[in-house]
Design a protein. Structure first.
Length: 403
């Protein structure tokens, strides 16, 4: 299907994957506009025909009879005085012909004019009511587009998405992009809230278009889904209020769970947690999205033949990395040997897994044609995970090795 607004071609969907517009609503709005434009054109045509008809049907005034050269007697009655119904007298002339009465024609034209004004007024009222009926959804889409145009994780972009959600709480594109911004800003509580709204209202097509696994692991998504179910049960009154004993038991269990989680959480996790990341292909190479220092997103090439993870110097400058002096290394490639400097990133995140205080190589190597990717994800990162690749669905699964 082709988006009626931006012309983007994609599979059948509710929202456009490029501009985010609700395709069905947008098409319905366009049809209404064409229908109303047609009505207004017909009304204007009727009015013009009525005016032309009135002008052509009006009697043309002929030359008036000149008065007689003889002197009018003071005793003669004025010209306008009628001697008999429909006739007038004039000195020295035969009785005047009866004049045409235009009162009925004027009444008819006045009625047509009134009908035209009423029709125009009705059209304006209908148009206003239609705008008021669709004002909410259109405005939410417009707020979303304003934020999408900024695309800079700024407070202004966040504000636009919040306004869109205020008008339409189920507007999943705004919920997804808002959650992504909060995640990159390490504001995980607000990211949870936005992504939970996304999971609650997103259709299968929405989940396909907006891949939440870029930011959250399967365990995180399951946790949010359980939270949504519990919230729905509480609102419906299905969830019973726990007794004091149950509360205390629950608090103890929560503390134990928290302690266990804190022990298991870290750079080297013992629990097997799989994360799924959607990848793209360029010339047979696999590209995955990564988040560096919880702030900058990039696309890197997965290369099991590279011993170290490599970033372009442009990306390193954007991250503000300080290259380690005196730690130059040689990167061996099939074409040539390349000199690079070592540096450290605060964090590198791939889906729901990541590393902290991670050493990378920085070089001027031109990555791909026209900068199609920003670096190489090497075995120093990939060695920690079991890798499964599903080419049919274009997803890569990373499972930490059990220690």
């Amino acid at each position: 299907m082709i988006c009626p607004k931006c012309g983007f071609s994609q599979p059948d969907d509710i929202y456009c994957a490029l501009c985010g517009v609700n395709i069905e609503r947008y098409a319905r709005k366009k049809r209404k506009q064409r229908y109303k434009t047609g009505i207004l054109t017909v009304l204007l045509g009727i009015a013009i025909l009525a005016i032309i008809n009135h002008i052509t049907s009006s009697p043309k005034n002929g030359p008036r009879d000149k008065p007689s050269e003889g002197r009018l007697s003071k005793n003669v009655a004025p010209i306008s005085q009628k001697t008999s119904p429909g006739r007038e007298t004039h000195p020295g002339k035969s009785p005047a012909q009866p004049q045409k009465d235009h009162s009925l024609e004027n009444q008819r034209f006045g009625a047509e004019k009134t009908d035209f004004k009423s029709s125009v007024q009705e059209y304006k009222q209908e148009k206003q009511s239609g705008v008021d009926a669709e004002k909410g959804s259109v405005t939410a889409s417009q707020w979303f587009e304003k934020g999408k145009e900024l695309d800079d994780d700024s407070e202004a972009e966040i504000g636009y998405y919040q306004k869109a959600i205020e008008l339409d709480a189920k507007f999943v594109p705004a919920l997804y992009r808002l959650g992504a911004i909060y995640y990159r800003q390490a504001n995980y509580e607000l990211a949870d809230k936005a992504f939970a709204g996304f999971l609650e209202h997103a259709t299968d097509a929405d989940r396909e278009a907006y891949d939440i696994y870029v930011y959250y692991s399967i365990a995180d998504v399951q946790r949010l889904s359980k939270r949504i179910e519990e919230q729905a049960a509480a609102e419906e009154g299905e969830k019973e209020t726990p007794t004091e004993v149950e509360k205390e038991t629950g608090e103890i269990a929560d503390e134990e769970t928290s302690e266990e989680t804190s022990e298991e959480t870290g750079e080297e996790a013992n629990e097997e947690v799989m994360t799924i990341v959607r990848f793209s292909q360029v010339d047979g190479h696999i590209l995955v999205p990564v988040v560096l220092n919880d702030s900058i997103s990039a696309r890197v090439l997965v290369d099991t033949g590279a011993g170290i993870t490599i970033l372009s110097r442009e990306l390193a400058k954007a991250l503000g990395l300080d290259e380690e002096r005196g730690t130059s290394i040689t990167l061996k490639t099939m074409a040539m040997d390349i000199q690079a400097q070592l540096a450290r990133v605060q964090s590198i995140q791939v889906g729901g897994v990541g590393r902290h205080n991670f050493r990378v190589a920085v070089t001027d190597l031109p990555f791909g044609e026209k900068g199609r990717f920003d670096g190489i994800l090497g075995m120093d990162f990939l060695n920690n995970y079991k890798i499964q690749i599903d080419n049919e669905t274009q997803r890569i699964m990373l499972t930490p090795h059990i220690q």
